[in-house]
Design a protein around this ligand. Structure first.
Ligand code: SF4
Length: 572
């Protein structure tokens, strides 16, 4: 087919695409990159991957070196390599390092040398799933991997110990349940978090579910939104009783009532925050920009696309959105977003925002009244996010029989059963207890959070989950905490458990015990916070041995209780 025989008036870019299409060269060049990650462009890239290839071309043209992960993405787009993943599963072979990065686009991570198996991370928009999805995952866990799951700090689920031969069956089994794991790892937009009590919370000012779902499906179905310079987080907070930690995300949509008299339509808007990344000690920064809820997807899309063009593809440590904002300034960045949106942002002064209802640091545990008469949510306490497959099936049955059929995960590594009638609350609690779980937790246990740690993550310096359990077991009977306290243990600088924002935060470290040997341990921080108390913790102990952590935390808690000026004083 010759281009000049086509009667349609194509743009130059469309014509180039058709030329490449005819010869079969254009598609392979775009789909498979330029060869070796260092080749030179000989034609303008087109198609959904073109934005990324152009950004990489710019780096190459400037004489800089692409980061290794960028070369992997450029050599072969992960979504073009599914047949090879299938073959590796048939052969039961582990992936090469490059493929291990690629397969994260499908949500599976080969975690050797810690375990000779994959971990699979799902996507669950707004953290809400159906009972049959949870029981279906329990069946998959029994059949294909370790018979358990972990609730993550992004209100998500992870399954572990998946042998290579089961990788495809796991990915496809999850999809058959109406869930997916696509884009939950590597340089992609991660699970979309939202208020876990959306639609049932008496104090919420907006139901975040439609917005979280719209964004979820928007990114899921647009290949050009995969393969960013680095991972990217988006969260929606509807002002419910359970915090979402949206200010720790690259994009925070925080619902506010905007008052009358400020030149905009009064009512509920999302206030826009940008650049949160607490592992790098930064919260999202809010200017006066407000976004109509129905515009959230378009605004987030434009922000991501500016990030795609300007994110650093040479240095992984400086590749997150925060560094683009630092380099060009928030105003410079926002100007580019406005140009892309073809409309200026709406801005209001601080006084335009009505006060928000406060979150309750214990609302994720126990029985709480919903906005619907006669209905309740029950927050189930999990031991550091872990659920056995039997417990998954048991909770699914409680949700089906006694709740509204939904299970709601929270960023606090636990879950809620919603829609439980007053008359069924005690029965539901008894059923939950029968499967070895509780609906109560002490002020210490409710805020005890730990990342995977060195039992399953090669980056970890310490066994965070075990050490967190030891801290809880030691402190709970010894310290009568009369208010919630957050104690977060994270295994490395990636800070999946957000140690900087907790009252007491510990980051894994190898602690020297003599000139040659080290043991597991931590650096310990205090005084972090989130929401209205957002603050980055300060280091108070360097090189604390793990075995000393429980007594040290006990001493800190007791010192706080003894020395605070009033019960309202935060933990400093
Ligand atoms: Fe692994 Fe580090 Fe994340 Fe912990 S914080 S799960 S050690 S990457």
């Amino acid at each position: 087919m010759k281009i000049d025989t086509v009667s349609v008036d194509f743009t130059d870019e469309q014509k180039r695409y058709l030329e490449g299409f005819t010869t079969g060269l254009q598609i392979s060049r775009v789909g498979r990159g330029l060869g070796g990650g260092s080749g030179k462009a000989n034609a303008e890239p087109v198609g959904p991957d073109a934005v990324h290839i152009k950004a990489q071309d710019k780096v190459i043209a400037s004489g800089k070196k692409l980061a290794d992960q960028e070369k992997v993405k450029r050599d072969e787009h992960p979504f073009d390599a599914y047949p090879r993943l299938r073959q590796q599963a048939l052969d039961n072979t582990p992936p090469s390092p490059a493929d291990n990065f690629r397969w994260r686009y499908y949500g599976i991570f080969y975690v050797a040398p810690t375990q000779d198996s994959y971990m699979c991370r799902l996507r669950i928009p707004n953290g809400i799933m159906k009972h049959w999805q949870l029981s279906g995952l329990a069946d998959l866990a029994d059949e294909l991997c370790g018979p358990y799951s972990h609730v993550t700090t992004r209100a998500n689920l992870q399954l572990r110990e998946i042998p290579p031969k089961h990788a495809i069956r796991m990915i496809e089994g999850i999809q058959e349940l109406g869930l997916c794991s696509r884009g939950s790892g590597a340089d992609n937009i991660r699970n979309v978090t939202g208020t876990p009590t959306a639609g049932i919370d008496p104090q919420e000012i907006i139901d975040t579910r439609p917005y979280a779902r719209e964004w979820h499906y928007h990114i899921l179905n647009d290949r050009s939104l995969y393969g960013l310079p680095r991972k990217f987080n988006v969260a929606f907070d509807g002002a419910g009783r359970i915090a979402v930690l949206e200010e720790t995300n690259d994009i925070a949509f925080t619902a506010y009532e905007v008052k009358d008299g400020f030149g905009v339509e009064p009512g509920v808007w999302f206030r826009l925050g940008l650049g949160g990344i607490t592992g790098h000690k930064d919260f999202a920064k809010y200017s006066g920009i407000i976004v109509k809820p129905e515009q959230a997807t378009a605004v987030a899309d434009a922000i991501v696309r500016v990030f795609i063009e300007h994110g650093d593809r040479t240095n992984r440590n400086k590749a997150r959105l925060k560094y683009v904002l630092d380099a060009m300034g928030h105003d410079g960045f926002l100007k580019l977003v406005e140009e892309r949106l073809k409309t200026p942002f709406t801005r209001v002064p601080e006084e335009a925002f009505a006060p928000r209802p406060a979150a309750d640091r214990m609302a994720h545990i126990g029985v709480h009244k919903q906005k619907q008469d006669g209905l309740n949510w029950i927050g189930v306490s999990l031991t550091l996010g872990k659920l056995t497959s039997d417990q998954m099936r048991g909770l699914a049955k409680v949700a089906q029989d006694l709740g509204d059929g939904e299970i709601r995960l929270t960023v606090w590594q636990n879950l809620l059963i919603s829609g439980v009638r007053d008359a069924n609350v005690e029965l539901a609690i008894a059923a939950i207890k029968q499967i070895g779980l509780a609906v109560e937790a002490s002020h210490i246990r409710a805020g005890l959070i730990a990342c995977t740690g060195n039992a399953g993550c090669r980056f970890a310096a310490s066994n965070t989950k075990r050490n967190a359990a030891e801290i809880g077991d030691w402190c709970e009977p010894r310290v009568a905490m009369d208010k919630p306290v957050n104690i977060h243990l994270t295994g490395c600088h990636h800070s999946c458990a957000q140690h900087y924002i907790s009252d007491i935060g510990l980051i894994g470290a190898r602690v020297p015990i003599n000139e040659e040997d080290t043991v597991e341990g931590y650096h310990l921080f205090t005084g972090g916070g989130f929401g209205p108390d957002a603050d980055v913790g300060q280091e108070v102990y360097h090189d604390l041995k793990a075995e000393d952590a429980p007594k040290t935390v006990e001493a800190l808690l007791k010192a706080y209780l003894a020395n605070r000026a009033s019960p309202d004083e935060t933990f400093l």
